[in-house]
Design a protein around this ligand. Sequence first.
Ligand code: URA
Length: 458
Amino acid sequence: MPDSAHSPLHTVDLIRKKRDGGTLDAREIGFLVAGAASGSIPLEQLAAWLMAAWLQGLSLEETRALTLAMRDSGEKFSPTGLGKKAVDKHSTGGVGDKTSFLIAPIAAACGVAVPMISGRALGHTGGTLDKLESIPGFRTALSLKEFEAVLLECGASIVSQTPRLVPADRILYELRDRTATVESPGLICASILSKKLAAGLDALVLDVKTGSGAFLRDRKDSEFLAALMVATAEGAGTRTVALLTDMSQPLGAAAGNWIELIEALELLRGKRSPESEDLLELSLILAGWMIHLGNQAGTPKEGYTRAQAALADGSALKHFFDMVKAQGGDISAFDDPLGFHNPGAVEVVPAWERGFVATMDTTALGWAVQRTGAGREKAGAPVDPDAGIVFHARRGAFVEKGQPVATVYATEEAMLPEPVDILKQAIRFTKTPPEPVDLVSRVFTRESAQEYLRDAVR
Ligand code: URA
């Protein structure tokens, strides 16, 4: 094949090159991304290339080129008119991960602008946008003008990538979900960072999950992803840190759509419960970093203290409601959030053994949540806002046989058995308590990420 800088490119050659373990240059990657965004490359060819990239992996240079090409595939947002540092956080995806509903208003209440471009349910994980759309009237597809107006009014706004903003990710994200090509460090890095870099952020906090519910379960793989994302974002000029956080069990008690908002709202209202402690702690830590990187606190620890204060004085709750209203949401649904919850079918699952909750296959639990109707099997299908699972026992808790371990909310009776069966396979009890796991096990900054990657690729 001719290989000069000006020779015409053909998609099939680029698929073959990747399939055979070759490395694509920035021009070749730019060609694929432009074709994805414009629709000129058919989905079957994109899917084949994604699978080749999943199987062969992407080099650091390919990952960087893919990230930048995707970032540049559409319009960009410029936060300079907001008059504040723009800082966001993004997670690599988990089960019951609802930190955004706490973090965005907390950071906004502390003087940071939070322009958040989020995703929908992907694989076994839930989607921030799907959850928010369980609020009646809430709009996630805002124009950039509307996005800016909400940010100026409320300090935070959570929106979807649109056909004009990072269009390449919109296409590739859905395609990866349908072709089992999600769990790839390079593809995850490019998908997440393209959205974040298109938002023109001053700084970014990444929540990289590790453990049984993460896309990359193995600790070494999660570390590599964290270092890769920090180095790639820093290389593109955005100050970035990544925290490696535990996903060996769902985060907090609820996993679904409206039920996750109920849990987040309880915390915003200052109500605490043992099942939500890890969610609260992680949200405060992540918000603390955002407040620090947004120049509103000298250290992440000071940022944590400011985040606690914003929860305690109600300013975070006010920012949350302001954002919901500004994006068309009806906040009266939160007057009686439990009363507003209207699932088609409910089953309480009692513990089938006596003992300590020892291990959870959290990916399986994520699929169980999806099967209740809370997630989608086909791109574009609607999700049931009322479906999901509330987990009553955390890892390490002692339960008596018969004590409720979960409540399953499904769209209809016929959909209850599958998630209940998965749940029974996914949770294991033991006679002795399991080893505790750190909620945050490592922090990557620019320096530590570069050092890690130097060692990893040596
Ligand atoms: N979140 C994203 O936006 N993309 C991924 O690939 C994984 C999580």
